[in-house]
Design a protein around this ligand. Sequence first.
Ligand code: NAD
Ligand code: UPG
Length: 543
Amino acid sequence: MKSGLVRTERNPCGRAAISGRNGVRKLLIPWNGSSSIVDANVDRFLSLQQRMVDEQSTTGEIYLQKSTSSCSSLAVIFDAGLMSGRRSKMVKICCVGAGYVGGPTMAVIALKCPAVEVVVVDISVARITAWNSEQLPIYEPGLDGVVKHCRGRNLFSSTDIEKHIARADIIFVSVNTPTKTRGLGAGKAADLTYWENAARMIADVAKADKIVVEKSTVPVKTAEAIEKILIHNSRGVNFQILSNPEFLAEGTAIKDLFNPDRVLIGGRETPEGKKAVQALKQVYANWVPEDRIITTNLWSAELSKLAANAFLAQRISSVNAISALCEATGADVAEVAYAIGKDTRIGPRFLSASVGFGGSCFQKDILNLVYICECHGLPEVANYWKDVIKINDYQKSRFVNRVVSSMFNTVSEKKIAVLGFAFKKDTGDTRETPAIDVCKGLLGDKAKVCIYDPQVTEEQIQRDLALNKFDWDHPVHLQPMSATEVKPVAVTRDAYEATKGRTASASSPSGTSSRSWTTSGSTRACRSRRSCSTAATWWIRRR
Ligand SMILES: NC(=O)c1ccc[n+]([C@@H]2O[C@H](COP(=O)([O-])OP(=O)(O)OC[C@H]3O[C@@H](n4cnc5c(N)ncnc54)[C@H](O)[C@@H]3O)[C@@H](O)[C@H]2O)c1
Ligand SMILES: O=c1ccn([C@@H]2O[C@H](COP(=O)(O)OP(=O)(O)O[C@H]3O[C@H](CO)[C@@H](O)[C@H](O)[C@H]3O)[C@@H](O)[C@H]2O)c(=O)[nH]1
């Protein structure tokens, strides 16, 4: 441990007490053999001091630290044991789910908290193998450096889920919460199968108290159900459930995690719940300023995540709706968005008209919100949010229709190049990318589609175009695809090849540096026709 990570104070007794940013996480004990801890915030640890000193040689949980004073000292890292008053030791975190959220979030926690051991576990052998290899399973700017710095030190990836759950003090659950495809609430409600499996496994293997953190996006009140599963099967183990939704956006995940607008932690308002909230807060306090760590009750935290995504998506649908009117009237949606965004009450972000929002979150989370509203007898509220999705679908089909109608009402046998397939730039993630709907729309009219995206494999593209709605959000999509599967489109690793002999081309969200399927002027794509129906180019202008 480096000195200088912590603040030194001199207390009235003249003994050095050093605390982390929040006062209690790291302490220096002046090392004189019988040592004493001085910090008003951690009275309870006074009685444990001798035990901590005793354990130094056997457990490695107390760290020698060079203090700024002349005497050397011991730094003691406190752990989730704060919740139960257990002895102090190195905090062990386990994250169930090594995906777009679990992977980067845990890598950043490991980087920012060198004294915390972080293990990410997953049922997907392929994913864990990739996390342990040179080729990480997801593309995210800055991620490689963070993982390579921490891997093998305090960051590990494993398929031995039971072992690492059993050892952990804090368990993050970051598994898929897809939209249900069958049964009650199909097409809207969240499918909590993966979450439930994780909770049952935690209950089965836990032999000591645990803090279980909802990292996945879940319906409000999920913690209550999870609590029931855990407590019912606990055999005397104490579980505290926290909601700590993730707000990172793909493509900027590392930046967002390093410097989050806020970290939200919801917990039970009991003494044990509050202690658990504090324990998680201390992890984030290693790098997040305290005023950005918001604590709420469980239900507010769960609902805030769904509400935040609904608000963001609603802004995009609003500007996309205006884009249709712009096309009808000659107004320019970029100019309109700029003008309204200058109003400080509205603000400029998330006002770029596009072919529609994509990604694994917005649609899924709004559908989930709609379902919750319906279940609570709030059909008007449900319909309000449903329209955000309706406009999004309308925007995608409107785009396809304009391409087709402007090419003499058919794209049959016409080659169309699609530059970029992922749902936005700086990611290889294709989940719910609007490119799927656009390609399917064009394929429906028998176009010959050729796709180029440097971050997405051909296998992924072919699979995306063959999958049924919502099936992408199940771990089965991580399995290799059968070689005999039908290939509806051509995929190339060369952008020039994609456009060679094309009749039309469209650059999609991930295409070169474009942020989204932004369009020129209005949502109108500009067409430059070379000759009759066989040579037209659709440009969706880059920003
Ligand atoms: N992707 C994002 O940008 C983002 C941002 C914020 C929140 N979220 C939410 O976070 C959650 C995870 O999203 P993601 O994008 O990381 O998904 P993902 O599909 O990339 O990762 C989920 C992982 O969980 C694994 N898994 C499923 N069940 C498991 C089990 N029982 N034990 C161990 N591993 C299991 C899967 O194999 C998969 O690798 C979702 O609820 C999502 O809505 C996602
Ligand atoms: O002005 C805009 C901004 C975005 N988009 C599109 O909206 C989609 C989503 O973009 P973005 O929000 O940047 O990416 P996500 O990774 O989906 O992140 C969202 O979803 C995550 C999962 O819940 C949340 O954590 C993030 O806070 C939230 O921004 C993409 O298709 C973008 O092209 C637009 O069309 N216009």
